[in-house]
Design a protein around this ligand. Structure first.
Ligand code: PLP
Length: 285
């Protein structure tokens, strides 16, 4: 395996970044993850556009042209012989002697790309059965719309889920409303049959998979209510599921041990997953 590190493809086991990289010291960096199908990236433009937005919001220099970056992403996938899996890109504000303010203008951002295989069959098996979700307090900052590598609250939430044998943690604000998953966007079909997901003005990440699903929902003629839902509403829902690159559309069959619907993946989640996979594979580059 190889990793791309600042212009060089290094052996993965030996790939390193400087100890004074600002990503390491301050979580001063952003990232993106693309799903890979048959060696090609899904939702390519959406993730690329969001990367540029994240960099822009944090005033990190664009490290290289979109064309060069695309070439590096593709080459990393190719060199790692990834058919199905993910490709990960991280850009930090670069390496400089540790000091909180931004380093001197012209300090080059650090760029790392890795790619790994994930058997598609594993995700399909999980989706066929459905997975467990637990809730966890959302203790994050006020700019969760930026995809930064500052993920400690997400790490703690995900580990709390794993400790309870669950796949994902849904984070909950002080009002008792679900914000999003630790690395996914959260959805329900509420007890009135309405599809619900939190609006992206409310301090969550605007998921690229979420956006792709929304276009399909419209095409299917399903009504969407872009409005936060409470943990109580989620537990009483007919269906629950979550979306992300890598997870696609994943049905949740329990929340904090409470069975959702009949305890099986719901029809809307199942249909959206199939449709998403079909379109994502077709449009992958
Ligand atoms: N929300 C959070 C906090 C995430 O970290 C992610 C993905 O990593 C998502 C939502 C889903 O975003 P996407 O569909 O773009 O992968």
């Amino acid at each position: 395996r190889v990793a791309y590190v600042n212009g060089v493809y290094q052996r993965h086991a030996e790939a390193t970044i400087h100890v004074e990289d600002r990503g390491f010291q301050f979580a001063d960096g952003v990232y993106e993850v693309w799903s890979v199908f048959g060696g090609r990236m899904a939702d390519f433009e959406g993730h690329m556009t969001r990367l540029h937005r994240s960099l822009n919001e944090l005033r990190i220099d664009i490290p290289m042209s979109a064309e060069s970056l695309t070439r590096v992403l593709k080459e990393t996938i190719r060199r790692n012989r990834v058919r199905d899996g993910i490709v990960y890109l991280q850009v930090t504000r670069g390496t400089a002697r540790r000091d909180h303010p931004f380093p001197a203008p012209g300090t080059p951002p650090s760029v790392v790309v890795t790619s790994k295989s994930i058997p598609f069959a594993r995700s399909q098996a999980q989706a066929a059965k459905g997975v467990a979700v637990v809730t966890h307090p959302d203790i994050r900052w006020g700019r969760c719309d930026i995809k930064t590598v500052g993920l400690l609250p997400n790490v703690l939430a995900k580990q709390a889920a794993r400790d309870k044998g669950a796949y994902e943690a849904w984070m909950v604000d002080e009002m008792g409303l679900v914000t999003e998953g630790s690395s996914t966007n959260a959805w329900i079909v509420d007890k009135a049959g309405k599809l619900r997901t939190r609006d992206t003005q409310a301090n969550i990440l605007k998921g690229i998979t979420r956006t792709a699903i929304m276009a399909m929902i419209e095409a299917e003629g399903i009504e969407l209510d872009e409005r936060p839902f409470s943990v109580e509403e989620a537990k009483e829902a007919k269906e629950a599921f979550f979306t992300a690159a890598g997870a696609f559309v994943m049905p949740a069959i329990s929340i904090d041990g409470v069975k959702i619907g009949d305890g099986k993946p719901g029809p809307i989640a199942t249909k959206l997953r199939a449709r998403y996979l079909e379109e994502a594979k077709r449009e992958a580059i």
